[in-house]
Design a protein around this ligand. Structure first.
Ligand code: F6R
Length: 238
């Protein structure tokens, strides 16, 4: 794993945005895997800024988001559909039918997981997967104990994840208890992975990822087995 240490969150985000832009510009078709949460917001802001200044085109870009809560309508401000529209999709020229996010409102969730995974395969897998890191080591919503070979599936969120995400909702009770997430198997099949880690509260998790052993109880540890991972971490996190 290649580790890039930055002095602050802004620099981390700028480097991440530049890597994403480089991959977009140097390929005729690219499939990006995207993350939500607090960590990549500034990265998306830099992509939006670049679009205003340079009109980098997203016409040939396809995106798959890592996850979505079960039970939230797409227009709920806490849904990841809303987040992606707000932070990226409405700011660049990506065709809406080239953006995929699991549908957490469908009646047949198992079929949704299967279709989502098939869609990723139809596009020949993910070229560049952007990831954030949970304090408990989760990637996507793959909580500790998730089998490393699992693909898109339904998860029950752990108490620590529900509490961490309560900051975006009014109360802990309002945080959905379940989500659909790409699995660790899906993530590991990506050709390239970019993991962003920012802030003191991620320090322990990053340390465990860099120096601990590979263990299903710490999902991100599997990234040590991927041959093309870049971690961009700010000074607080490393
Ligand atoms: C988001 C996701 C999660 C987050 C992780 C870190 O799509 O899959 O794994 O990346 O929970 O969240 P933040 O960035 O809010 O600390």
């Amino acid at each position: 794993m290649k580790v890039i240490r930055t002095t602050n969150h802004q620099e981390m985000s700028k480097i991440a945005a530049n890597i994403i832009l480089d991959r977009i510009k140097s390929s005729s078709h690219i499939t990006l895997g995207l993350a939500t949460g607090g960590t990549p917001i500034q990265t998306y802001a830099y992509l939006a800024e670049d679009y205003l200044e340079n009109q980098t085109s997203y016409q040939h870009v396809v995106t798959f988001n890592l996850d979505e809560y079960i039970g939230l309508p797409k227009d709920d401000p806490n849904s990841y559909h809303y987040y992606m529209h707000q932070h990226l999709f409405s700011k660049v020229n990506i065709p809406r039918d080239q953006t995929f996010i699991p549908n957490g409102l469908t009646e047949d969730l198992a079929a949704e997981c299967e279709t989502y995974e098939q869609k990723i395969q139809q596009y020949n897998g993910i070229d560049l997967q952007l990831l954030g890191l949970g304090k408990n080591g989760h990637i996507g919503f793959n909580e500790p104990g998730t089998p490393f070979d699992q693909h898109t599936h339904i998860v029950s969120l752990t108490r620590s994840t529900i509490q961490a995400n309560a900051r975006f909702f009014g109360t802990v009770e309002e945080v959905p208890k379940q989500a659909i997430t790409m699995g660790i198997g899906s993530i590991m099949e990506s050709k390239e992975i970019l993991l962003l880690v920012s802030g003191k509260e991620k320090n322990q998790a990053l340390n465990k990822l860099l120096h601990g052993r590979i263990d299903e109880q710490f999902p991100a540890s599997i990234l040590n087995n991927h041959e093309n991972v870049t971690i961009i971490a700010d000074e607080d996190a490393i």
